[in-house]
Ligand binder design. Sequence first.
Ligand SMILES: Cc1cc2nc3c(=O)[nH]c(=O)nc-3n(C[C@H](O)[C@H](O)[C@H](O)COP(=O)(O)OP(=O)(O)OC[C@H]3O[C@@H](n4cnc5c(N)ncnc54)[C@H](O)[C@@H]3O)c2cc1C
Length: 104
Amino acid sequence: MQEFDYVVVGGGAAGCVVAGRLSEDPSVSVCLLEAGGPDSSAFIHAPLGFAATAPLKLFSWGYETVPQAGFNGRKGFQPRGKVMGGSSSINAMVYTRGNRNDYG
Ligand SMILES: Cc1cc2nc3c(=O)[nH]c(=O)nc-3n(C[C@H](O)[C@H](O)[C@H](O)COP(=O)(O)OP(=O)(O)OC[C@H]3O[C@@H](n4cnc5c(N)ncnc54)[C@H](O)[C@@H]3O)c2cc1C
């Protein structure tokens, strides 16, 4: 049985930052729990690599939307990362920075 000062659930974009910041203090112990596996696959680290694996749901939870009237009743693919790095690991390395004027 192990005990920790902090348990962070989810090694995604937020969880990794929280765990990393907490770990900067050597006097505390931190446990980071991630449901998915490591992010070492070349499909994660190669630009557009995730696009090739998306149908296989290798690194995602495989969520779908409910049937969409605007899609003629079809369901939409709703990717959410299930891997170290979370959804940030499955963005196909296509980074879109928000424009601060859009959030005013
Ligand atoms: C395809 C795609 C492209 C994107 N492109 C951009 C972009 O260009 N610019 C941008 O700003 N944002 C982008 N995003 C959005 C961005 O990735 C997310 O907003 C961000 O990752 C959310 O961070 P999070 O920590 O809330 O969740 P996530 O990063 O999704 O992390 C959640 C983690 O928790 C884990 N988890 C869930 N439940 C459990 C459990 N019970 N136990 C253990 N672990 C669990 C999951 O496996 C996952 O690893 C994109 C997202 C996707 C999917």
